[in-house]
Design a protein around this ligand. Structure first.
Ligand code: SAH
Length: 572
């Protein structure tokens, strides 16, 4: 039996739980590892500083919580949330040595299923306490994927009545109940009815809908979620039985269709069918005995004999996320970037950054490439997204600062493939090396500044010199990216000579190397003392303005900052 969960958060409070947590993450699709920064550092997907607040926010988002700590701690943390009505995600406590798993909350959202899955991974027995489940060997109220309860409120009595001794008969096909230890009798007064029809459920009848209906659109105009609901109810069918909305490939870029699927709460798939021959496509896919009905808006409704698996029908609209990893440590990576990585089927990028973005699961494909193949990588990303994949392109820092976001947009600009334009493209920002270095040093970017790449691979050296001259004359603080490399050994020296024509030798300079990564170094020096040998391609060079100054303190013995004012200090 399978139930789909949102991606679980595996939460650890100390390093001693990491082994068990990693085993669980490897076995739970899309799970992310969350750790208390003070105890586990940044060696996790999502670091947090306060357990209570973190668990509450996960709970509020409906994220399943697998906490590797005492059940009592978890209960106290989520307790303030429990009086809130609304969906309750699965919440479980797991002993940090993997010797026990205790489902705590989320009986109706599959906590016992998750507990059994975790127990299998750990080779232990789950601590199931739900009486219906213990008695019948399955949770009647928690049908597997492909089925949905018609009315939860009404169903609760049903199970207590069975526990009290009522017998039951099953109408329709409920494969997961075949082996269940239910008190069956053909004359029973209680019925579990499996049907896509709008149920006349009552205390005697538990209605479960198989998600066996498919609606195919042939055009985008005049249709919306309400029209689908109307069409289903006119046929006496429940909207809960709708498994999937399908549209022709040509409509992939239509926002209104996405809204429609979202409102109906069903996956949207696209397939290569001719709208005029939608019946042929439906019978080829679902079998010649499928029941097909039409409405005047060009929608086709197919009633299949069993639940439909949407992932087997056509394909999804592909997504392409261009993300920034930040300077290196997980704490400086934005949660949206981590979420994109967790949802990715395919990850592309320069091998070093791809390695930084991992570890990845077995179901994810990694495509590391050489740093220089940016446009090719961008095209490859679109091709994969067009196949319906969830593609992530990784950059370090921010993807829009001398990185992949521009390459991806350039590839799109140069393409005339309409399918590329239909890809769900998003750029997720990150903390750029200049920001990360500045924060270590103090606030050298506190006033006007500019970011310059000293690499003349993609622009003429003359342009770089010209910009340096103007920036130096304008007294802007400068952040140099790509300051030097083996292939570009002399450029930094020449750049500094230009800056020195306009700026005094005592001008403050900050060198940040491998900021946010192991072995990070931060050096405060001056323009007069700075030598190119102190700098390599993993260094960020920040040249202060005439007002940038240092004061005692800071991790480095001195804070460097640029005041927000200029000229005369106001009110000082
Ligand atoms: N997109 C990246 C920049 C890519 S250009 C960003 O926004 O940070 C690569 C240059 O960035 C390097 O040559 C170096 O100058 C700088 N850089 C990147 N990561 C760095 C880090 N962790 N510490 C210091 N400098 C870094």
């Amino acid at each position: 039996m399978s139930v789909t969960f949102a991606a679980p958060a595996i939460v650890v409070l100390g390093r001693s739980a990491l082994d068990t947590a990693r085993r669980l993450r490897a076995s739970l699709p899309k799970a992310t590892l969350h750790g208390l920064t003070a105890r586990v550092g940044d060696d996790v997907d999502v670091p947090f500083t306060e357990l209570g607040a973190h668990l509450q926010s996960l709970y509020a988002q409906g994220t399943p919580i697998v906490a590797l700590c005492a059940a009592g701690i978890v209960i106290r943390c989520v307790a303030p949330m429990l009086s809130n009505k609304g969906t309750e995600p699965p919440v479980l406590a797991v002993a940090e040595d993997g010797s026990a798993v205790v489902p705590l909350l989320g009986g109706l959202s599959g906590v016992n299923v998750l507990a059994r899955q975790i127990a299998r991974t750990l080779g232990i027995a789950p601590a199931i306490t739900t009486s219906g489940e213990l008695r019948f060997g399955t949770c009647v109220l928690n049908p597997p994927e492909g089925y949905v309860l018609a009315d939860l409120a009404q169903s609760k009595h049903f199970v207590s009545d069975l526990l009290a001794g009522e017998s039951v008969r099953i109408e329709g096909d409920a494969p997961w109940l075949r082996d269940a230890d239910l008190p069956r009798a053909s004359t029973a007064a209680r019925t579990i009815r499996i049907t896509p029809r709008i149920g006349d459920g009552d205390r005697e009848t538990l209605v479960i809908h198989p998600r066996s209906l498919l609606v195919a659109l042939t055009r985008a105009d005049g249709v919306g979620a309400q029209q689908v609901r109307d069409m289903l109810s006119a046929q006496g069918l429940s909207a809960l039985a709708l498994a999937v909305l399908v549209a022709p490939l040509s409509l992939m870029g239509h926002a209104a269709i996405r809204t429609m699927a979202h409102e109906l709460g069903v996956p949207l798939r696209f397939a290569a069918f001719d709208p005029a021959q939608v019946d042929d496509w439906l019978t080829t896919m679902l079998g010649s005995d499928v029941d097909i009905r039409h409405d005047e808006r060009g929608m086709a409704l197919a009633l299949a004999g069993a639940p439909l698996d949407p992932t087997q029908i056509g394909r999804a609209r592909g997504t392409l996320s261009v993300i920034g990893l930040g300077p290196g440590n997980a704490g400086l990576r934005v949660p949206e970037a981590s979420a994109a990585l967790a949802a990715a089927t395919d990850i592309l990028g320069y091998a070093t950054y791809v390695a930084m973005a991992g570890p990845f699961r077995d179901d994810q494909t990694v495509h590391p490439t050489d740093n220089r193949e940016e446009l090719m990588r961008a095209r490859h990303a679109f091709e994969l997204a067009c196949e319906g994949k969830h593609v992530v392109v990784v950059s370090s820092g921010d993807p829009g600062v001398f990185a992949m976001a521009s390459a991806v947009l350039e590839a799109l600009d140069l393409s005339d493939d309409p399918a590329w334009k239909a890809v769900d493209l998003r750029i997720v920002p990150g903390i750029s090396a200049a920001m990360a270095t500045a924060a270590c040093a103090g606030a050298p970017l506190g006033h006007d500044f500019c970011m310059l790449s000293l690499s003349d691979n993609l622009k003429p050296w003359d342009i770089i010199c010209e910009r340096l001259r103007h920036a130096a004359q304008a007294d802007l603080v400068m952040a140099f990216y790509n300051p030097i490399s083996r292939a570009r050994p002399w450029q930094l020296g020449e750049a500094l000579d230009i800056v020195r024509q306009w700026r005094a030798p005592q001008t403050r300079v900050v060198l940040g190397r491998d900021i946010g990564r192991p072995g990070a170094t931060l050096v405060n020096t001056t323009l007069g003392e700075l030598r190119p040998e102190q700098v390599d391609m993993r260094t960020m060079v920040i040249i202060g303005s005439s007002t940038t100054r240092g004061i005692d303190g800071g991790p480095n013995g001195e804070w460097i900052y640029t005041p927000r004012w200029y000229g005369e200090a106001p009110g000082r």
